[in-house]
Design a protein around this ligand. Structure first.
Ligand SMILES: *Cc1c(COP(=O)(O)O)cnc(C)c1O
Length: 395
């Protein structure tokens, strides 16, 4: 039996999503830009998906642009909004805990002469809207702050930031890849101009996502060619993927509340068990303002990578943080920005739950953790500050 607790890295495709997609991988193969019946059939499917995605976030269908995933949506938003100003310089405000898919586009613009403020967060991973207020200058051309953090799950105060952005007429983007489908979202309430989402984080297929572009927001396209996606993103549409995203959005809208409550209970149960059975642990992320499926824990005296590998040997899949940075020995930039010291950050594990997880799996995971952490700690060369001490006794 295997247990998958890494849903923030990716989720399995929901069976109903797969069924919805299948016809568009064979019989219904028309190009949505063709005017014949084959084309009209897929055009209609793409348009229906656009409506479903719009509904999930409180947008108009005409404000949804399909992309090749969350990373592409972030690039279109961040580079697109900045470069649309047709200026060689300007100021961007973002946070120090963004996913690489938002952080690296900002760093790229920084190299190209734009000024970027990477705002700090507190110990819980929460950004202070007053820091945003203080950071805004006459040169600020974009604010990009994620809605929920992928590693610790903290939910940022977007509404307050949205008000500041609106007052100063600054485009406001959010990377909502980890929150869409997990918490109710209304783009109007959040006050965002741009919102990125990705299908494979909500039980849809990989390689498809969307960017919400509020009517009137200026964006320079990043992929040029045909007139697809209202001229914002050229290229023949990934019809099956888009249909999958639409179905996933529809399912999320119906299941979100009950599933969120269920996951929250399972997650809190796991945390209780870890505290009872393992001990010497700390919670990373905000204790309350958190997406319901995410639990990030530091295990004292443990090297995160060894814990991941040992749990994997027992069929349990967890992560040390972002899937994109695992494999590198660098501690997580998110935990470092939260003031966690590098050795402690290396002992942190992310458990991210999803629809197929059960109470039994949580108990099984707690059993495995008790055994594996106990064993690793008994042979750990780390002291309580996470510093390696020599295992050889001096003669
Ligand atoms: C996964 C993720 C992305 C990237 O989305 P892809 O569809 O994998 O490109 C961006 N931001 C956050 C917060 C994510 O968790």
């Amino acid at each position: 039996m295997r247990i998958y607790l890494d849903h923030n890295a990716t989720t399995p495709i929901h069976p109903d999503v797969l069924s919805a997609m299948l016809p568009y991988l064979h019989q219904a193969f028309g190009n949505p830009s063709s005017i014949h019946s084959y084309g009209r059939e897929t055009r209609q499917a793409v348009d229906e998906s656009r409506e479903k995605v719009a509904q999930l976030i409180g947008a108009q269908p005409s404000e949804i642009v399909f992309t090749g995933g969350g990373t592409e949506a972030n690039n279109l938003a961040i580079k697109g909004a900045t470069l649309a100003k047709q200026k060689k310089s300007g100021h961007i405000i973002t946070s120090a805990i963004e996913h690489h898919a938002a952080m690296v586009p900002c760093q790229y613009l920084e190299k190209r002469g734009f000024e970027v403020s990477f705002l700090p967060v507190d110990h819980d991973g929460l950004l202070d809207p007053d820091d945003v207020r203080r950071a805004i200058t006459d040169k600020t051309i974009l604010i990009s702050i994620m809605q929920a953090n992928h590693e610790v799950g903290t939910i940022e105060p977007l509404e307050e930031i949205g008000k500041l952005a609106l007052e100063r007429d600054i485009p406001f983007h959010t990377d909502a890849v980890q929150s869409v489908g997990k918490v109710p979202i209304d783009v109007g309430t959040l006050g965002v101009n741009l919102l990125s989402l990705s299908a494979h984080k909500l039980y849809g297929p990989k390689g498809v996502g969307a960017l919400y572009i509020r009517k009137g927001t200026k964006i320079l396209p990043q992929v040029f060619g045909g007139h697809q996606e209202l001229n914002f993103r050229a290229g023949t549409e990934n019809v099956a993927g888009i249909v999958g995203l639409g179905k996933a959005a529809e399912i999320a809208l119906h299941k979100m509340q009950a599933e969120g409550e269920r996951l929250c209970r399972l997650r809190d149960k796991l945390w209780e068990r870890i505290k009872e059975r393992v001990g010497s642990v700390r919670l990373n992320g905000h204790p309350k303002r958190r997406i319901p499926n995410t639990l990030n824990v530091t295990f004292d005296l443990i090297e995160g990578e060894s814990l991941v590998i040992n749990l994997d040997l027992r069929g349990i899949a967890v992560s040390t943080g972002s899937a994109c940075t695992s494999g590198s020995l660098e501690p997580s930039h998110v935990l470092l920005a939260m003031g966690v010291s590098p050795p402690i950050a290396r002992g942190s594990i992310r458990f991210s739950l999803g629809i197929e997880n059960t109470q039994e799996e949580i108990e099984e995971t707690a059993n495995a953790l008790e055994e594996v952490v106990g064993r690793l700690r008994s042979t750990s060369p780390l002291n309580e500050n996470g510093v390696v001490t020599s295992m050889r006794s001096e003669v």
